[in-house]
Design a protein around this ligand. Sequence first.
Ligand code: LLP
Length: 433
Amino acid sequence: TNSLTVNNKGHLTIGGLDSIMLAEKYGTPLFVYDVEKIRNNARAFVSTFAKHGVKAQVAYASKAFSSVAMVQVAKQEKLSLDVVSQGELYTALQAGFPVDKIHFHGNNKSLEELEMAVNAEIGCIVIDNFYEIDLLAAVLEEKQTTMDVLIRVTPGIEAHTHDYILTGNEDSKFGFDLSNGQAAEALEKISANDSINLKGLHCHIGSQIFETDGFTMAVERLFKIMSEWKDLFQFKAEILNLGGGFGIKYTDEDKPLPLDRYVEALISEVSKQAEVYDLEFPEIWIEPGRSIVGDTATTLYTVGSTKDIPNVRKYVAVDGGMTDNLRPALYQAKYDAVIANKVNQRIEEKVSIAGKCCESGDMLIWDIDLPEVEANDILAVFSTGAYGYSMSNHYNRFPKAAVVFVENGKDKLVIKRETYEDVIQNDLTYEEE
Ligand code: LLP
C-alpha cells in the first residue's frame, strides 16, 4: 500500500487529514485528492527536462481527470494541457488555462470542436486523419487564420504493459500509418496548405507502461521517418510529442519506474537518434495523464451489506462501484484498499468488495485481506485518481460522487456530489401536467 499514514485514532489520513472526518463531512463515495502529490508528480517531469536544459512541454492529459480545480492546479504547475473533446476544452477555458498551451486530440474531431479550438486560439491541434485536415482547412479559410499542428502517426509499436508488439501495418483507429504511406500523404496535404503550420510529429504507444524500451523504440522510428521526410519533403520537426502512458502503482504487483527515469530515457534516446541521423534536437512534448493524478487520490466508501457464502467467498458491498470506478469491470484492473477506521487492526479475513450496481461484474476488488469488516466501516481504495471520476457514469441513476482536494492541512470541495435533481435534470415529462 502506498505509504500509509495513520493518526492516533487509528484512522487513515490523507494529506494529513483524517479520512473518517472527510467521509463524515462530505459523505461517500468520495474522491480525496492529495494536491501536494499531484504537484510532486508534475514537478518530477518538468524538473527533469529543466535539469537537462531540454526545451519541453509537459501536457497533462486531462482525460485522466478533468475538472476546473484540476486544470487550475495544472496551470499553477506550468503544465500544458491535452484535451480530447469540446467538454475538456470548455473546462480548460472556464478554468482560465493559458490557451496557447492547450493541445487538442481526438480521432473524430467535429467541425464544432475545431471551430471552438480555432476561435479560442489554442496552441496546437494534433491531426489524426484526412477528414480532419479538410475540416480544419475549411475552418481556417473561413476565419482567415492559421493553426499549429502535429501529425499523429502510429509507429507500429503497441505496448501491452510489459511487452511490446511490433506491428508492420498498425491496426488502430488513431493516427496515420507510417508503413503504408498514409502519413507521408498527410504530410504533403498539410504542407500544401498555408494556414496549417506543421510543427512536428506525435505518437502515443499505450498506457500503464512500466519500461522505457517502448518509448525509445518509438523515438528511433520517428527519427527514421523524420530523416526520410527531410530528404523527400525538406520536412523539419521542431517538436516531437511522445505521448503519455507512464505506469503507476495500483497494487504491489505493479513496479513502475520513478517518473524522472522515463524522461531521462527519452532525452538520451532523442540525443542519440539526433546524432545518428544528423538532425536537430527537437523540442520534446509528453502527455502524462495517469502518472500525474493516478496515485494522488483515494476513494472512500461506506460498507453496507455483506454476504458470506461459507467455504466460497465473503462479499462486502460498498455504496459505490462501477459508477465511480469502471476500471475493474472494464479492464479487470486491480486495486488495493484498507478499512480506513481500522488501519492498525489485525488482518482477519479475505473478502471481495462488491459495488452497488445491478450487475454481477460490478466488483471493485476480488480477494483482499482486511480486518473484520462491518457495516458503516469506511473502505479506502487507493490510486483512484486517474480514469475514475472521469469515467464515472449514471448507471442505475446513481448520482456522481463528490471530489475533495486536500493540501496544507485543509480540505476543499472541488466537485459537488450530484443530487437526484441533477440526475433527472434533462428528463422531460411525457404526461400532460
Ligand atoms: N496521450 C494520448 C494521445 C492518449 O491517448 C492518452 C491516453 C494519453 C496521452 C494519456 O495516457 P496516460 O499517461 O494516462 O496513460 N481509460 C484507460 C486509459 C485510456 C488511455 C487513453 N489514452 C484506463 O483507465 O486505464
